[in-house]
Design a protein around this ligand. Sequence first.
Ligand SMILES: [Zn+2]
Length: 400
Amino acid sequence: MSPIRLIERASWSRSFCINSLGLAIFCSAAIAQDFEIPKINEYFPSSKLRVKQTKLTQAKFPAVDVHTHFGFKLKLDQDALGAYVELMDRQNIAISVSLDSKLGNEEKHLTFLKPHAERFLSFAHIDFMGSGPPETPVKWACNQPGFVRLTCEQLKTAKSKGICGLKFFKTFGLTVKKPDGSLYAIDDPKWFPIWETCGELGLPVIIHTADPIAFFDPIGPQNERFEELLRHPDWSFHGDQFPSREALLSARNNVIRKFSTTKFIGAHVANSSEDLAAAASWLDEFPNLTVEIASRISELGRQPFSAKAFIEKYPTRILFGTDGPWPEVRLGYYWRFLETNDEYFPYSEKEPQPQGFWNIYGVALSDDVLKKIYFQNAFNVIPGLRTAYQNVINQTTQTP
Ligand SMILES: [Zn+2]
């Protein structure tokens, strides 16, 4: 490369200097710059901090992962399922709760899990669209006569087949539509019998409402999830065609308030991991609400003082979840976040970090709190879990 080209490349950083002979020479940093300025998704500097690195290869106590997707992610691959069970053994995960059974057709997912049935519980979800074309809401299952009544009957049948809860995806509130194409509100009275039936049957409802705050802001350089939204523009809910994040969460809270004998699990820290004061106010108001931490150590771990205070204030109201199955490396970050006071470590095996360009810090919870989060709290919410867990523990030498 010619000196002129080097000067051109170096000038943007002003990092050249003059030697004693008056000739332009380049500081070593400038000479090394034989590259283009990286794109945002190519920039992932490695930290030079020399701080404690705790390598955890399994949870300290046998854990229950209350938020997993073995249907959507493994696509009926039995080999992958078997390999994950071996991973659960290595990582000390006793039970995984898969949220991927379809209400009314639970057999398909339960049959998939059956070779390892003792290690899995399953929630079901409602297929609102059915076989109706996406662009024709009037033909969707949820807009056919008797849909809610049928759903309530299916819940009873599902429970008898071993389904132990109901899952709502974020589509509920954001894309589930009325015949005229407008969105159903989460607190629409049409759905009341479903919440009520779940309460009567003792089936908890895990509900994913709204999404990270940044997903409701414009996609642009000031958005803290800019890179992620460039990869997934469909995850942006900015604009008049969507309800505001506040409206969605408020409608969800109306349901939790009204159906006080139904147990609700707020997925992803009730989608308020950036605003733990709000999540705390909901836990204060709603005794029937617990929250789980799946895919949110990225948020909790960047505010370790607030996160630790939050968890220690509500030690009986927080459940362990991952949104997995994930690679083993990522699970290690969950243990490290919960169990150590390590500083500035990744939350994901991906480069760059996929949920915001930052690293996280551990909150070093006590054994007492860890046991509550890893398994004890979930016993109080998910029917059949305590027995299933105890059966797994009895097969191993682990003592919770
Ligand atoms: Zn999920």
